[in-house]
Design a protein around this ligand. Sequence first.
Ligand SMILES: C[S@@+](CC[C@H](N)C(=O)[O-])C[C@H]1O[C@@H](n2cnc3c(N)ncnc32)[C@H](O)[C@@H]1O
Length: 275
Amino acid sequence: MTAGKVDFTGVQSTMLVTLFLRALDAKEREPILGDRFAAEAVDRIEYDWTNLDKPIITRTRFTVTLRARQFDDWTTDFLHRNPDATVLQLACGLDSRAFRLDLPAGVHWFDVDMPDVMELRRKLYHETDDYRMIAASVTDETWLGEIPADKPVLIIVEGLLMYLRETEVRQLLRRLTDHFRTGELIFDGVAPWAAKTTQLLKKYLSRWYDYPAYWTATRDGSDIERWNSRLRYRDDVALMAQYERVPDPNKRRFYRAGSRFDWFKNFLRAFRADF
Ligand SMILES: C[S@@+](CC[C@H](N)C(=O)[O-])C[C@H]1O[C@@H](n2cnc3c(N)ncnc32)[C@H](O)[C@@H]1O
């Protein structure tokens, strides 16, 4: 069954890119992530994928899969320590983490994204007693009330915070730490130079299309504690420096060489904090 034709603009369109790149990885002999759900979703969605099959986009696929792999590893680690937890994944797009990981039986998982993305997601995936999808903007005030707050929570925010303004990031984190008693937050943050570059690009490109710029950069772990005093920075991983996981030897060499430079290595980092 096909999931129908799609047409997204702005930040919502970026989830087609990450889906497509995970699908490419899944077709590799030695995938980094091996997300078969992504490959199946790409086959089912009526979209001209040749729009994305361009070197400027496919070149970034290791960044996306290394990030997803790191988030999978941290999720598994958290659920090993808290098998009876709630997982709240914001800006899930068409990500299949809830299905590709082997979850302990006591876990309740909530995926949240914008209503138009959720409409498509519901054609690809189904809810169960332990898995729910919520159609809302994370900046809305009401949806959080639907999520039980009685268990430790893992909050996964992959590919979102950089697209929000810093005031929105602070408000969101405040609502989350007010709602849940204890838990962990994992998110990815871009370097300040990357945010500035995309803002300049947006100025130039906005005549043609709704280019999604990065508004909030993460310099280091102290930013997290500055955004929200209940959060304690725990650790971070420079995703470009995870080159040992890249199967293609030429690309691996490129990432290894690039990682000698801090600006390259720290372009995108995964951060972990607890509260
Ligand atoms: C780069 S994609 C990441 C999707 C997914 N996490 C992944 O890795 O494939 C960004 C996602 O953020 C979602 N998003 C952007 N602004 C949002 C908001 N205010 N509330 C909920 N989701 C939002 C978009 O719809 C899109 O699915």
